[in-house]
Design a protein. Structure first.
Length: 367
């Protein structure tokens, strides 16, 4: 195997692939990246057996086809350390991969490509195209509500629900719930639900972060695959049934609080300083077009903030985890936010004014 490639063209795909590779692996080959050189194309593949990312780069000049695996992190560090614009020549010499650029020369250990694992092909259920920024938009608006290391393994991922004309993301950790919708060009009549694992959500958001061309999304019985012109991302799905999230959504009430998002967010940030570090509880009193927010901690310290709002109704006093409220306000982009709270024992529905495609539910706390 032998090929030449510009350092700048190699660096970005190599960074994407290396992000999938786990640093600590029980199988040494899973720390490697699979390099396959064909007549005019180079492909780089990284996997942790749950996620696979294949990046593609066009090649020019003399190419000797071949395939081999090398340590992903070392190859990435070498590429980063070389001067921008460097021309890199890669060749296989016996059981080593030799990387040359200018006066620099590196010799890396290899493992046979035949031993590199591949995620099996999936049986297709759905196939559609959509704008990548809209897709990672709904992932980002809900990802913070995913559970972490919950024994209910299905909560450690995100529900994706595809039906005619739209795709919805839902995440919950049992204390809060986030839901976001976006329209897609899909004419299927059935509703399909899959659970994308936490790492799949985060890695997909990362690799699509600056991608603007439409992407093809294929959903199978146990995989989700996203195909672009420059890479193919595949993630296994979480096996399990997601809770009926519609039962968690509280009934709408007539008690709505309208607040400036940034003003409220800054007030909550200040009060959070003196909240209990473990439970993060704050007390919220709403009355007479005003929210009074208070917090205290075991050291008998207290914080109090007052924020002007628009509210008509009887006073409501309720406790919340301040971190949950801040996560929601950071996710909402609208200038004005709406809190829908029926009473002191009810969960709050929160959304941006004039945008109910993204909804957030936060359960109350007993203080």
């Amino acid at each position: 195997m032998k090929f030449s490639v510009n350092r700048d063209e190699l660096l970005r795909p190599l960074q994407q692939v290396s992000g999938v590779v786990e640093r600590k692996q029980t199988q040494p080959i899973l720390s490697n990246v699979l390099i396959v050189a064909d007549a005019d194309q180079l492909s780089l593949t990284g996997t942790d057996l749950e996620i696979e990312l294949v990046a593609k780069i066009s090649l020019s000049g003399e190419v000797v086809p071949g395939e081999i695996t090398v340590p992903a992190r070392k190859l990435l560090d070498i590429c980063k350390s070389l001067p921008p614009g460097s021309e890199i020549t890669v060749s296989q010499v016996e059981q080593k991969l030799v990387v040359k650029a200018g006066k620099s020369r590196f010799s890396l250990i290899t493992l046979p490509a035949v031993d590199f694992p591949n995620l099996e092909e999936t049986v297709g259920l759905l196939d559609f195209s959509m704008d990548p920024q809209s897709f990672i938009g709904i992932l980002g608006q809900t990802a913070f509500s995913m559970a972490q290391q919950d024994i209910r393994h299905y909560l450690n991922g995100m529900l994706l629900e595809v039906s005619e004309g739209h795709i919805r993301s839902v995440a919950t950790d049992g204390h809060r719930l986030a839901l976001a919708d976006v329209a897609i060009d899909f004419a299927g009549t059935d509703v399909e639900q899959i659970i994308l694992p936490r790492k799949g959500v985060l890695e997909l958001s990362r690799v699509l972060s600056d991608y603007i061309e439409p992407v093809r999304i294929a959903i199978g019985t146990n995989h989700l695959r996203v195909v672009t012109a420059s890479f193919t991302f595949t993630s296994k799905l979480v096996d399990g049934k997601y809770p009926d999230y519609m039962r968690v959504l509280p009934k709408r009430s007539d008690r709505k609080i309208f607040a400036n998002r940034e003003e409220l967010r800054q007030a909550l940030n200040r009060v959070a300083i003196l909240s209990n570090e473990k439970y993060r509880g704050i007390r919220v009193l709403v009355s007479n077009d005003q929210i009074q927010i208070t917090a205290n901690n075991p050291e008998q310290e207290e914080a109090e903030e007052q924020v002007s709002v628009t509210y008509e109704g009887d006073p409501i006093e309720v406790g919340f985890n301040v971190s949950y409220l801040l996560d929601v306000l950071n996710a909402i982009k609208e200038e004005q936010v709406v809190f829908d709270i029926a009473d002191s024992n009810s969960s709050a529905i929160i959304y941006g004014q004039d945008n109910e495609e993204s909804l957030y539910v936060v359960m109350p706390m007993r203080l």
